[in-house]
Write a protein that binds this ligand. Structure first.
Ligand code: HEM
Length: 135
């Protein structure tokens, strides 16, 4: 049962990771002249970051409520976890900002924001590897 819950949380987390990395990559390389497509990708981005935050919390809640304790975490793993939480918070906030403001931004500004979002997602994905192997 516990493994099944972890698997469900991990599935959401994995698809969320694809969304936060994939949407800025596609917006930058394939849809840079297509504001309508970029708007749909911004929705995907916001949903992706929200899924990461929710499923990240889901990992913790599963451990706490079904296993009886949170994992002991310190050092490199703790830094990686804090980095992921910071990325998810910033990514979600910038995504919301994009949905509200991007129609007034120039093409160059939008491109810079997508590049920044890709860097943010890449940082979180890199932190995930450290969290996995230093836990
Ligand atoms: C609030 C933010 C986040 C929290 C609290 C969080 C938490 C976690 C936790 C607890 C695990 C399981 C660690 C393990 O035992 O291996 C995990 C795995 C993972 N996370 Fe996150 N995460 C967050 C955001 C992200 C983001 C933004 C990404 C990608 C862009 C990401 C990608 C991954 C990946 C790929 C794994 C699987 C690692 C593996 O097992 O090889 N996470 N995350």
């Amino acid at each position: 049962m516990l493994n099944l819950v972890y698997t469900g949380v991990q599935i959401l987390h994995n698809f969320g990771a694809v969304a936060v990395v994939g949407s800025p990559a596609v917006a930058w390389w394939f849809a840079r002249d297509n504001p309508a497509a970029q708007c749909r990708l911004a929705w995907l981005l916001v949903i992706g970051w929200a899924a990461q935050g929710a499923s990240g919390a889901g990992f913790g809640m599963t451990s706490y409520f079904l296993k009886g304790q949170l994992p002991e975490i310190s050092g490199v793993a703790l830094i990686a976890l804090v980095a992921k939480i910071a990325c998810a918070t910033c990514g979600f906030a910038v995504g919301i900002l994009y949905l509200n403001m991007a129609s007034r931004w120039s093409v160059a500004t939008r491109l810079k924001v997508w590049q920044g979002m890709l860097a943010l997602a890449g940082t979180a994905l890199t932190a995930a590897a450290f969290l996995r192997w230093f836990l």
